[in-house]
Ligand binder design. Structure first.
Ligand code: BJW
Length: 246
């Protein structure tokens, strides 16, 4: 942990495990969303083209879960780190906004944000839907589906502002993320299964450029053997312990 004490530049890659202790389901593993739902039915552009109502219902259902979630001590610790290190950035795959709720400002959202929608005709037209009523849907009981959201400017269908499988990540965000991990002294990799690319490539890139990489996870990942330090345990416990020792 000496590396962290002297570090000037620190970056953190986070995944769904970061929010698990806030009650937000992860994707993989026991209780993960992909145990209950098939990604090809819900998280691809083809799925949305085939059945936008089904996809929107899934996102409304998830928005309801996330609306009740609060940042956990792991999010709070990461927000504190921002004022502790001269250079600091969070590179999150999470779409739940809990890092921002905890106070993080230096942050790149690599996979979008569940509270935003965007126009399918004019993708640059982004709509912040946080605070708007969330339609109540019961995923187990097909009922009369609520009307699909449309763009106020042009009437085209809106879609969740999320990066689905087979879609490119925002190139500027990805370039900034790659630059951050190439130049950081320490990279934390927290609560990610490290299987979804290109984000899964960031820890290896950091290592190749000389960073000390610290993995925080309750389980092993494909990256674990490459990590310099492996801290096994829930991020809501492990991260505050690290902060207490600094
Ligand atoms: C704890 C904990 C606690 C639990 N404390 N830890 C072969 C076939 C098809 C595609 C590909 C392929 N090979 C590569 C690809 C590309 C594909 C990909 O990587 N697929 C792999 C799965 C094989 N990638 C893409 O398609 C990406 N786009 C792309 O590559 O574009 C190229 C392109 C260029 C030019 C033109 C066109 C295309 C896009 C990927 C987008 C991912 N999107 C999702 C969103 C789903 C919907 C939504 O959120 O609404 O992002 S998928 C899902 O996985 C989500 C997550 O951000 C992402 C990563 O998951 P994450 O965060 O790691 O969570 P989990 O659940 O996997 O892991 C949780 C971890 O936490 C576990 O390790 C637990 O142990 C741990 N944990 N509790 C600490 N308390």
């Amino acid at each position: 942990m000496d590396a962290l004490v002297v570090a000037r530049s620190v970056a953190v890659v986070t995944g769904a495990g970061m929010s698990a202790e806030s009650g937000v389901p992860t994707f993989r593993g026991a209780g993960g969303l992909w145990r209950q739902f098939r990604p090809e039915d819900l998280a691809t552009p083809e799925a949305f083209a085939r059945n936008p109502a089904l996809v929107w219902e899934w996102y409304w259902w998830r928005r309801r879960k996330i609306a009740d979630a609060r940042p956990n001590p792991g999010h709070v610790t990461i927000a504190h780190f921002e004022s502790r290190f001269p250079e600091f950035v969070v590179l999150t795959q999470n779409v739940d906004g809990l890092h921002q709720d905890a106070g993080s400002r230096r942050l790149l959202e690599l996979h979008g944000n569940i509270w935003r929608a965007r126009c399918t005709r004019e993708p640059g037209r982004i709509i912040d839907e946080r605070g708007r009523p969330i339609p109540d849907v019961d995923l187990d009981t097909p009922a009369v589906a609520p009307a699909l959201p449309t763009c106020e400017a042009c009437g085209a269908l809106l879609r969740p502002d999320i990066v689905w499988f087979g879609e490119p990540l925002d190139q500027a965000a990805l370039d900034s993320a790659a630059a951050a991990v190439r130049t950081c002294d320490v990279l934390f990799v927290v609560g990610t299964s490290a299987v979804v690319y290109p984000a899964a490539g960031l820890p290896g890139l950091a290592k190749r450029h000389g960073a000390v990489v610290i993995e925080v996870n309750v389980d092993e990942t494909p990256f674990t053997r490459e990590a310099d330090i492996v801290l096994e345990g829930p991020s809501g416990v492990v991260l505050p312990e690290i902060e207490a020792r600094l």
